[in-house]
Structures are given as C-alpha cells and as structure tokens.
Write a protein that binds this ligand. Structure first.
Ligand SMILES: [Zn+2]
Length: 159
C-alpha cells in the first residue's frame, strides 16, 4: 500500500514557488537563487508543525515536529483529525488540510478535534512564524534533494 505523506511545516512551499512547481525533483536554478527565494517566501510565514498522511478516507498525524506549535499544543502521532475550525475532516485528504492551513494564515489559530485511542479531544493551536533556524533547515533540505549535482560536486564518493 502506498501512503502519501506531506510535511506540513513546508506546506505550500513548492506549490507556490513556480520555479519548483515546474521542477519538483531537479531544480535548475542556482543554489543562491533558491536560498534567496525560499527565505523570502518563508520569512514571516506561519506554520503548524504536523506531518500527516491520507487514510483514504480521512487524515491522521504521522509525526509532530519537535519544538513546533503542534508539539506545544500536544498533538500526538496517530491522532485522527476529525474536524478543523468546525469543518469535518473525516472524508478529507492531505490536500484539503493544506488548503485549510493556507486559509488561516492571517488568523493564525486553529481548533482541531482529534480522535485519540477512541476518545475525542479538542486541541487549540496558534500557528507561529518560522524561525531563522527552521528556514535554514528547509533550504538545506531543498538543496540536498534538488541540487544533487551541486551538492556532490565538491566531494568524491567514499570507498
Ligand atoms: Zn532549488
């Protein structure tokens, strides 16, 4: 069974950056261009810190980013998302959840009903701006994934 995953702290990153939408696997821009563009896009942007997967139907928390708003709000891996801001999520996909997160960028707060070991719980969470450290990490990940030629150029494969 194939499971689609989405790391929500980079939600929307590659969807909104045309450069990367065209070349999701291999990026043709220079590392410097990408660094600037990603940094500009994420600075001041708010994130949640949940990685979720499709249950088909429905969505469940796969992991919680350490030291993120989601962790502080006490989300746990395995939580099934039942509703977000009053909208049912029981038939929703990861894409639906991303759209929901994008739509609350300005408000910055979410209330979520999760199902955990059979019981429903309400979680209130406030999205927070990315820190410089996190943005650095996201850029490093992008460079490692999509600029492999550049990354490998300086080093020879170990024997
Ligand atoms: Zn790039």
């Amino acid at each position: 069974m194939k499971v689609r995953t989405a790391t929500l702290f980079i939600a929307g990153l590659f969807a909104t950056l045309a450069l990367h939408a065209q070349e999701p696997k291999h990026c043709s821009a220079t590392a410097k261009e990408c660094d600037q563009q990603i940094r500009q896009m994420l600075t001041g942007r708010r994130y949640l810190g949940l990685s979720i997967v499709d249950l088909k139907p429905g969505i469940v928390v796969k992991s919680v980013v350490p030291d993120s708003p989601a962790e502080r709000a006490r989300f746990k891996a395995g939580d099934r998302l039942i509703a977000v801001n009053g909208h049912s999520m029981t038939e929703s996909s990861v894409q639906d959840f991303k759209r929901m997160l994008a739509s609350v960028q300005n408000v910055g707060t979410l209330w979520v009903i999760v199902q955990r070991r059979g019981a429903y719980q309400r979680i209130d969470v406030r999205l927070e701006p990315y820190t410089k450290e996190q943005i650095d990490k996201i850029i490093a990940q992008h460079l490692a994934q999509s600029h492999t030629a550049t990354a490998a150029a300086g080093s020879s494969p170990g024997q």
